[in-house]
Ligand binder design. Structure first.
Ligand code: ADP
Length: 206
C-alpha cells in the first residue's frame, strides 16, 4: 500500500487534515495513540519500563506514570534514549501490524514527531506531507484549544522540529496558516488526495 507520513507542529491542523483524509478513504494510523496504548495498563512496553526505570515508573493502575517519566527524561538525555529504545521498536511493530490489516485507498501515518526521527521514517514512506502553519498561529490555536500559557506552548514547540526543518523534509505541503478557513483547507486536502490517487495509479500501471 502507498504510504504517506503526515506531520505538522502542534496546532498546525494535522489532526484535522488526518480526519479529512480519512473521510476520503485513507486508512489513518495514529502513532500517538499506538504509543499511548503501549504504556497503558497491560501495555506491551510496561514490563520493560518497570525493568529499566523501577517500580516507581508504573502507577497504581499499572500504566506508565507519565508525569514521573516526563521529569526523568527531561532531566537526563541518557534516560530519554533508554525510554526511546524501549518504545520505538514496539511502536514500529504496532504500526506494521496496523498497516497489515488496513483496507483504505492508501495509508496515512499520522506522526507528530516524524521529522524529529526522519532517518527512521523516511525509508519506509513513499511521501511525506507537512501541514504548515506560522508559529504565531500555532501558539494562538493551541492556546484557544487548551488554555495553556504562551510560555507553555512555546516550550512545547521548542522541543519540536522548526517550521523550516519540517518544510525541508516535505514532498507535499498543505498550508493551513493565517487566512485559511476550514473550507479552504478542505479544498487543499482534496487536491493532495487527488494527486496521491494519480501517483498510485501511475505506480500500478508501471
Ligand atoms: P494538531 O493536530 O496539528 O495539533 P488540530 O488539527 O488539532 O492540530 O488543530 C488545532 C486547533 O486549531 C483545533 O482546535 C482546530 O479546530 C483548529 N484549526 C485547525 N485548522 C484551522 C483553520 N484553518 N482555521 C481555524 N481553526 C483551525
Amino acid at each position: 500500500m502507498y504510504k504517506i507520513g503526515l506531520t505538522g507542529g502542534i496546532g498546525s491542523g494535522k489532526s484535522t487534515v488526518a480526519r479529512l483524509l480519512s473521510a476520503r478513504g485513507a486508512s489513518v494510523i495514529d502513532a500517538d495513540a499506538l504509543s499511548r496504548s503501549l504504556t497503558e495498563p497491560g501495555g506491551l512496553a510496561i514490563p520493560a519500563i518497570a525493568d529499566a526505570f523501577g517500580a516507581r515508573a508504573i502507577d497504581v493502575d499499572g500504566a506508565m506514570d507519565r508525569s514521573y517519566m516526563r521529569e526523568q527524561v527531561f532531566q537526563d538525555a541518557e534516560k530519554r534514549r533508554r525510554l526511546e529504545h524501549i518504545l520505538h521498536p514496539l511502536i514500529g511493530q504496532a504500526m506494521q501490524s496496523a498497516a497489515a490489516t488496513a483496507k483504505g485507498l492508501y495509508l496515512i501515518y499520522d506522526i507528530p514527531l516524524l521529522v524529529e526521527s526522519l532517518a527512521r521514517y523516511r525509508p519506509i514512506m513513499d511521501r511525506i506531507c507537512v501541514v504548515d502553519c506560522e508559529e504565531t498561529e500555532q501558539v494562538a490555536r493551541v492556546q484557544a484549544r487548551s488554555g495553556l500559557s504562551v510560555q507553555a506552548v512555546t516550550e512545547i514547540m521548542s522541543t519540536q522540529a522548526s517550521r523550516q526543518q519540517r518544510l525541508a523534509a516535505a514532498d507535499d505541503v498543505i498550508f493551513n496558516g493565517i487566512g485559511i478557513s476550514f473550507v479552504m483547507l478542505e479544498d487543499r486536502v482534496q487536491q493532495v488526495h487527488e494527486n496521491w490517487l494519480r501517483l498510485i495509479g501511475q505506480q500500478k500501471s508501471q
